[in-house]
Design a protein around this ligand. Structure first.
Ligand code: DLL
Length: 434
C-alpha cells in the first residue's frame, strides 16, 4: 500500500494548533452557540429556563455540563422546522433521516453551514489520503440521507474529481471504478463487501483495482473488517463518522498514517462522553455515550445532543484534536440475550476469524417458548460450500467462548444473506412486541 500521508503544509492550521488555542476557540464559539440557540429556538429557551441555566452561565468549557441534553424526540416533537434558528428562507438545504419509526428528523443548513460542512469533509478526505486532482468514487446514497451530498460538498472543496454514482447497480460500480481509475471510494463498509463480491463475479482481481483508499462509515464496522477489506483490495481503509443531527459525514475521521481512532473536528463539534444511566460527564478515556454540541452551526444549532453511540475520548496523535475510539455499538443496537449484552460488531469480529465463511451476516431474534433465541445468518465462500457445517460450528463455538452467548448459526450458499446498498440491516427482530 502506498504512503498517503498528507503534507503538513496542506493541513488547516487549527488541526495542529496547541490545545490552549483550540480550547480558547471552543469557549468563544460555545458561548456564541448557546446564546444563538437560546435566543432563536423556542425549545432551547424553554429547556434552559426549566433547568435554571442561562447562556451567560457558561464561563468555562466545563460549565457545559450544567446545560440540559437534547434527544431525538425533541427533534421529532418540533417537526419539521421547529428547531431552526433562522427563518426558513435563509435555509439553503434540508436533509432528513429515513424515519423508519415515527416522524423523520429534519435538519437544516444555511449557505454558511454548507461551507463549514464542505471544509470539515474536505479535511476528512485529506486525512484519508486524498488530495486535489484525485478521483473519488462516491457510492454513499444521494438524497435526503446526508452521506452522498455531504461527501460531495467536501470533495468539491478539496478539488477532487467526483463520480456521484450513489448506491446500487453494483455491476456498474465495478465498471466505473475500473474504467475511470478511482483512487478513493466513499461507501458503507457493508456495501463495499457487495462491490467486492461483484469483482469476483466479473472475474476481476480487486487487488489490481486502481483503488488506494476506502473511506467507510455510516454504520459500525470492526478492525477485523478493516483487515479483511484492506487485504482484499490492497488499499487503505479508514473510518469516517458523523450524524445528520450534528452535520452529516465529516464530524470525525481517521488519519491514514495512524488509523488509531477518529480525530474529532473539535473546532466545530464539541464532544463529551457521559454515563448513559446518570448523565454525568465522564473523564477522557472512559467508555460511555457520545454527546455533541455544535459550535458554529447557524440554521440548526444542537446543544448536548445524545447520539446513543458508545465510545471513549482519547488524546490527539496525528492531529492535536482529540480522537474517539471506533464506534462499535449504539445503545439501540444492543441485544440483551438471556442477560448477556451483545453488539452485532462482536459477532462480526468472530465471523472474520472463520476462514470458510464470507463476511456477510445478519442476526435474527426469535422467541421460542419463553426464551429468546439468536440465529446468526452467514454464508460460505464459492469454494468452501462443502465446509459450511463445520464452519458454522466453529463460529457458534467462538461466539460462545468469546461473547458468552449460545447462538444458532445458519450457513447458506453464497448469496444467501441479504445484501445492503447503504446501511446494512444487522438485526431482524421477530420477537412479539411486549
Ligand atoms: O450516517 C452520516 C454519515 C454518512 C457518516 C456517511 C459517515 C459516512 P445518519 O444517517 O444520521 O448519518 O446516521 C448517524 O450512524 O449516530 C452512528 O450510529 C452511525 N454511524 C455513522 N458513522 C459511523 C461510523 C450518517 N463511522 C448514525 N461508525 C450515527 C459507526 C457510525 N457508526
Amino acid at each position: 500500500m502506498e504512503d498517503l500521508t498528507p503534507r503538513k503544509e496542506d493541513l488547516d492550521p487549527i488541526e495542529i494548533a496547541s490545545r490552549d488555542e483550540i480550547a480558547a476557540l471552543q469557549l468563544q464559539r460555545m458561548q456564541w452557540s448557546l446564546r444563538h440557540a437560546y435566543e432563536n429556538v423556542p425549545h432551547y429557551k424553554a429547556s434552559f429556563d426549566a433547568a435554571g441555566v442561562h447562556p451567560d452561565d457558561l464561563t468555562s468549557l466545563a460549565d457545559l455540563a450544567k446545560f440540559p441534553f437534547t434527544v431525538k424526540t425533541d427533534l421529532r416533537d418540533n417537526y419539521p422546522f421547529g428547531m431552526f434558528a433562522v427563518p426558513r428562507d435563509q435555509v439553503a438545504r434540508v436533509h432528513a433521516s429515513s424515519g423508519t419509526t415515527g416522524q423523520p428528523t429534519v435538519v437544516g443548513y444555511t449557505a454558511g453551514d454548507l461551507d463549514v460542512w464542505a471544509s470539515v469533509v474536505a479535511r476528512s478526505l485529506r486525512a484519508s489520503g486524498l488530495r486535489a486532482g484525485d478521483l473519488l468514487h462516491n457510492a454513499y446514497g444521494y438524497g435526503l440521507f446526508t452521506g452522498g451530498l455531504g461527501i460531495h460538498l467536501g470533495a468539491d472543496k478539496l478539488g477532487l474529481t467526483t463520480v456521484p454514482i450513489s448506491g446500487g447497480m453494483t455491476q456498474r460500480q465495478v465498471r466505473l471504478i475500473e474504467d475511470f481509475g478511482a483512487k478513493g471510494i466513499t461507501v458503507t463498509p457493508s456495501y463495499a463487501l457487495s462491490i467486492l463480491d461483484e469483482y469476483a463475479a466479473q472475474g476481476l482481481d480487486p487487488r489490481r483495482s486502481p483503488l488506494q483508499v476506502g473511506i467507510f462509515g455510516a454504520e459500525p464496522w470492526t478492525n477485523a473488517m478493516r483487515r479483511e477489506i484492506e487485504e482484499a483490495f490492497d488499499m487503505h481503509a479508514v473510518d469516517i463518522y458523523g450524524l445528520s443531527e450534528v452535520m452529516g459525514p465529516g464530524v470525525a475521521n481517521e488519519c491514514v498514517e495512524t488509523k488509531d481512532g477518529l480525530h474529532i473536528w473539535e473546532d466545530h463539534f464539541y464532544p463529551e462522553v457521559i454515563d448513559p444511566e446518570t448523565g454525568a460527564v465522564l473523564p477522557d478515556g472512559e467508555l460511555g455515550e457520545l454527546v455533541f454540541t455544535s459550535l458554529t452551526k447557524e440554521a440548526f444549532p444542537i446543544i448536548r445532543y445524545r447520539t446513543r453511540d458508545l465510545t471513549r475520548l482519547m488524546p490527539g496523535t496525528a492531529r492535536s484534536m482529540r480522537r474517539m475510539e471506533k464506534v462499535t455499538g449504539r445503545s439501540d443496537d444492543m441485544i440483551i440475550l438471556r442477560g448477556v449484552n451483545v453488539f452485532p460488531t462482536q459477532i462480526e469480529e468472530q465471523l472474520m476469524t472463520v476462514q470458510a465463511l464470507a463476511p456477510h451476516f445478519q442476526l435474527e431474534l426469535n422467541r421460542v417458548g419463553h426464551k429468546d433465541e439468536m440465529r446468526v445468518k452467514v454464508e460460505t465462500l464459492p469454494d468452501t460450500v462443502e465446509l459450511g457445517d463445520q464452519a458454522g460450528q466453529e463460529l457458534a463455538g467462538k461466539v460462545k467462548q468469546v461473547v458468552g452467548v449460545t447462538v444458532r448459526v445458519d450457513v447458506s450458499a453464497p448469496g444467501g444473506v441479504a445484501r445492503s446498498q447503504g446501511k446494512a440491516v444487522r438485526i431482524v427482530d421477530n420477537r412479539p412486541k411486549e
